[in-house]
Design a protein around this ligand. Structure first.
Ligand code: PHE
Length: 341
């Protein structure tokens, strides 16, 4: 039995020594120390030994078991460490490899101009209110005092979304006059920038979608002098301190009196040139004193409150500011174009 024990010790320790993976360790453990293992089988035979032999064999058997268990534990630590090292190597990241550079886009000239204009109005105490592009005819036309037979209501001019002509893509940002008063009450001082839609053919100065900025001031005692003072201040902040303006009578259903505001052509100084199409003046916005009926339509008493409103086309400002000759460039979004601003 002694030889058998020694043989088990030697064979098992050798096998453990050359084991290359955890499952092998477990296999060996079961083979030798398990319920039906070699050592276990020998221990079961102890009973057949003489009482003199038994203690020595018992000691040896225990020593063999301990040696094997220790070796398994030691080997298991080794294999774990190796596995950990292999994993670290496999997952190693070379932090010295150069990164992938991200190609940055460019802020659109329209947004650059819009941010500048917003800044000017915020400095003057206006708030910015955004509105929806899908609008009710009631807000786009009716509450703005637009007669039922007004040409702008024609299907040839306006993108309607329902057969009954009640829902449309807004043709102007002016419905925000009504919505802003309804939501915030008076007094109010706000601008509302956004997209508007009209059935226009695309050319160098037209697009079926373009941007406007609506403005509205309503308070007690607001007069045409406030309108002129405010718009002159804004226009000079945008076009330069020496810009000459002209307030020319016009008609809008929702303002009375109404005007269009021109700036004197900065190219020719008012004589007439290709930039101003020979006019000497360039139109920059529409404006007027809020019509009493519009105030009434929002539940505001026109005897108590008055106000002015204005609307300007944002594309025109962008084209003018950057001397861009064709509006289509603004919408194509060719990066080579955008990168120039
Ligand atoms: N909504 C008008 C337009 O699109 C502009 C405007 C706005 C005029 C506010 C007067 C007051 O032409």
């Amino acid at each position: 039995m002694k030889e058998q024990l020694e043989q088990i010790r030697k064979q098992t320790l050798d096998a453990l020594g050359s084991a290359a993976a955890m499952p092998e360790l477990e296999e060996l453990r079961v083979k030798v120390l398990g319920k039906k293992g070699e050592l276990t089988a020998l221990l079961k035979q102890m009973g057949s030994l003489s009482p003199e032999e038994r203690p020595a064999m018992g000691q040896l058997a225990n020593a063999v078991r301990s040696a094997i268990e220790e070796k398994i534990a030691e080997k298991s630590e080794q294999l774990k460490a190796l596995a950990q090292q292999a994993k670290l190597q496999a997952e190693a990241v070379d932090v010295t490899i150069p990164g992938k550079t991200q190609k940055l886009g460019h802020e659109h000239p329209m947004n650059i101009v819009l941010d500048r204009i917003k800044e000017i109005f915020l400095d003057m105490g206006f708030e910015i209110i955004e509105g929806d592009e899908i609008e009710l005819a009631d807000y786009n036309f009716t509450k703005l005092n637009t007669p039922e037979d007004h040409p702008a209501r024609e299907w040839t001019d306006t993108f309607y979304l329902t057969e009954d002509s009640n829902v449309l893509l807004r043709t102007q940002t002016s419905p925000m006059q009504i919505r802003a008063i309804e939501a915030h009450g008076v007094p109010i001082r706000m601008i509302s920038p956004g997209r508007v839609f009209r059935k226009d053919e695309v050319d160098a100065t037209h697009s079926p979608m373009f941007h406007q900025i609506e403005g509205l001031v309503v308070d007690k005692g607001v007069t045409m002098a406030d309108l002129k003072g405010t718009l002159n201040t804004v226009i000079r902040a945008i076009y330069g301190a020496n810009t000459v303006t002209r307030f020319r009578p016009h008609h809008f259903p929702f303002t009375e009196p109404s005007c269009e505001v021109d700036i004197q052509c900065h190219k020719c100084g008012g004589v007439g040139c290709p930039t101003c199409k020979g006019e000497g003046w360039i139109e920059v916005l529409g404006a007027g004193m809020v019509h009493p009926k519009v105030l009434q339509n929002c539940g505001v008493d026109p005897e108590e409150y008055s106000g002015f409103a204005f609307g300007m086309g944002l594309e025109r400002f962008a084209l003018g500011s950057y001397k861009i000759s064709d509006m289509r460039l603004i919408f194509e979004n060719d990066v080579r174009f955008l990168e120039q601003f």
